[in-house]
Design a protein around this ligand. Structure first.
Ligand code: ADP
Length: 326
């Protein structure tokens, strides 16, 4: 690679709390090593359509506590075509960007991998998604905040559930993965957690609720991942309401609430460490990999692996949740 003088950084795919802390860490570490940084706005759109501006110390002041991303994020269909990526490369060259740091999910890394192979620009990725489903890191940036957001929402719902003898079915994000459901379910004492990774047997849920009624429990919380095979919270509500008309069943779909908000201390620290390591990685000649933290060690996992494998939920946690909700 040509001598590294300037890094381009972008955030892409779904936003997640802590992306700003990662951008800040990239900028500050780069400046410390006498490197320049350009911010690329709106994900790959900024590369394709030349929305690229220099970032300095002042650009990242007071952003560590901000949710969302100051660089904005977007999907970019043009980047899926060679012509779009060639246009992006021309802009990268024009701005004298020598290497890229991409903060996003596996779609973002898939794009980065093709771009790197076609045009030879070194690329590293940082795991920015609330879903925590990326292979190569124990935690993704934003996941801890999302779980905390869900738990604080459920704590509030529980007040009403308890006061009015209600059953709340809470739908949380996770199209393919039950990470958010599982941890927030344990932290909020949910009666049952339905996740996409395991087949949902609705009879088991009914039995569990029936047992609660027999035990004179008057309220309960059930958590459903949006990608559960039985369907979302509305489908679950239908069958539960028919079977237990005595419960006033209510549905809450937390939706995009889960993507926003000020990042937790954990996410800020994770994002700061990974952003710092990404710059050191580029200086060290690393490329084509996602920087993650596994067992508290920094690991560079080739994009190939992060794209093909999804991290698996810990099914033991599901057993713990089941037992503790009895
Ligand atoms: P995430 O990074 O959160 O998984 P997406 O899957 O939406 O988000 O991907 C973000 C962007 O990455 C897409 O809008 C597209 O521009 C780019 N991208 C995704 N997959 C590919 C691919 N196979 N080839 C080229 N670009 C891709």
């Amino acid at each position: 690679m040509a001598e590294l003088k300037k890094i381009g950084v972008l955030t892409s795919g779904g936003d997640s709390p802590g992306m700003n802390a990662a951008v800040r860490a990239v900028v500050k570490t780069a400046l410390y090593h006498d490197l320049k940084v350009d911010g690329i706005y709106r994900g790959y759109n900024g590369m394709v359509n030349d929305m690229i501006e220099p970032l300095d110390k002042h650009s990242v002041q007071n952003i560590i506590a901000l949710g969302g991303t100051i660089l904005k994020s977007a999907r970019c269909p043009e980047f899926r075509t060679y012509e779009g990526r060639k246009q992006a490369f021309d802009n990268v060259k024009r701005h004298n960007i020598d290497a890229l740091i991409l903060i996003g999910g596996d779609g973002t890394f898939a794009g980065g991998k093709v771009f790197m192979e076609e045009f030879g620009v070194p690329v590293l990725g940082l795991p920015g998604t609330i879903d925590n489903d990326l292979y190569g890191t124990d935690y993704t940036i934003g996941y801890d905040t999302a779980v905390n957001t869900v738990v604080s929402a459920i704590d509030k719902l529980r007040d009403t559930a308890h006061s009015h003898d209600r059953l709340f079915i809470v739908e949380v994000m996770g199209r393919d993965a039950g990470f958010i459901a599982l941890r927030s379910g344990i932290a909020s004492g949910a009666k049952k957690i339905l996740v996409p990774e395991t087949k949902t047997h609705i009879k088991e849920l009914m039995d569990r609720l029936q047992q609660g009624i027999s035990d004179k429990e008057t309220s309960a919380i059930v958590i459903v991942s949006e990608g559960d095979d039985f369907g979302g919270a509305m489908e679950v509500k239908k069958v539960v309401s028919e079977k237990f008309p005595e419960y006033g069943v209510r549905v809450t779909i937390l939706g995009h609430l889960q993507r926003g908000g000020s990042p937790s201390a954990y996410d800020r620290i994770l994002a700061s460490g990974l952003g710092y390591q990404a710059v050191l990685g580029l200086l060290d000649g690393k490329k084509g990999a996602m920087v993650g933290s596994v067992n508290r060690k920094i690991v560079f996992t080739p994009f190939d692996k992060t794209i093909k494998h999804h991290d698996k939920i810990n099914l033991e946690l599901k057993n713990i949740a089941e037992i503790l909700s009895l």
